[in-house]
Write a protein that binds this ligand. Structure first.
Ligand code: ATP
Length: 219
């Protein structure tokens, strides 16, 4: 994977964890925070850490906010600062901007002023945990646009046999796109592919279909 350049603005718990993790994965990570203690704490774990106020356009211009692959604005408590930083970054050419929001209203505003993606860590994690707790077989899930998702489930007794016998597209409108058996991944498995207990299936479908499929799985 090509190493990417990230700018993380605000290194609280969320921004800090994100920045450290991206850096450990081999990416170039520049962080900005107005709090000198936070900057000192993270300094050795990212490419470059800077004490600055991100609502100051000159700071963003100097750092070249438009040159990063992704800019993450992870300021939550000070909503005004989050808005000003987002608007200024987009105006100065930020290509892909992810903003952290602490409420639904804040998320709507951030989307409106140009954030390309808005995350609500507590809220999003709550939804994810609810899914995991109600479908123990669920390994992973992510949204594909507003209406569709891709999920990975571990096959239990309800999900064994050949794909043609299981007829998942007919019964649930979900499609198996890959099967992972002990690390060996079969992409677009054929109709006679036999699913055995413990296989990890990667499925795609719309959210309602996924919901029906997941309830069937955990019945
Ligand atoms: P978390 O839950 O991730 O810890 P939080 O929402 O509790 O975050 P915030 O108050 O949102 O904490 O701040 C996140 C970080 O953003 C803090 O480290 C704070 O110093 C920094 N920050 C806030 N405003 C600015 C600003 N204008 N410029 C630079 N950094 C800022």
């Amino acid at each position: 994977m090509r190493s990417k350049q990230f700018l993380v603005i605000g290194v609280g718990r969320f921004g800090g964890a994100l920045a450290r993790s991206l850096y450990r994965q081999g990416h170039e990570v520049v962080v900005i925070d107005q709090n000198d203690e936070k900057v000192e704490r993270i300094m050795d774990e990212v490419t470059h850490a800077l004490i600055a106020d991100s609502t100051d356009e000159d700071v963003l211009r100097e750092i070249g906010v438009g040159n990063f692959d992704t800019v993450v604005v992870s300021i939550g408590a000070d909503f005004e600062a989050s808005i000003m930083t987002t608007v200024a970054s987009k105006n100065l050419g930020a290509r892909h901007l992810v903003a952290k929001a602490t409420s639904e209203t804040a998320a709507a505003v951030l989307r409106r002023i140009g954030a390309d993606l808005v995350v609500r860590p507590e809220h999003d994690m709550g939804l994810r945990l609810a899914q995991q707790l109600t479908t123990p077989e669920l390994v992973d899930a992510f949204n594909l646009g507003e209406d569709h998702s891709v999920i990975e489930v571990e096959a239990n007794g309800r999900l064994t046999g050949s794909l043609s016998e299981l007829r998942l597209p007919n019964r649930f409108s979900v499609q198996v796109i890959a099967v992972n058996r002990d690390g060996n991944v079969v992409v677009s498995p054929s109709a006679d592919f036999e699913i055995v207990r413990g296989d990890n299936l990667v499925l795609i479908g719309n959210n309602e279909a996924m919901e029906r499929f997941r309830s069937f799985l955990s019945e």
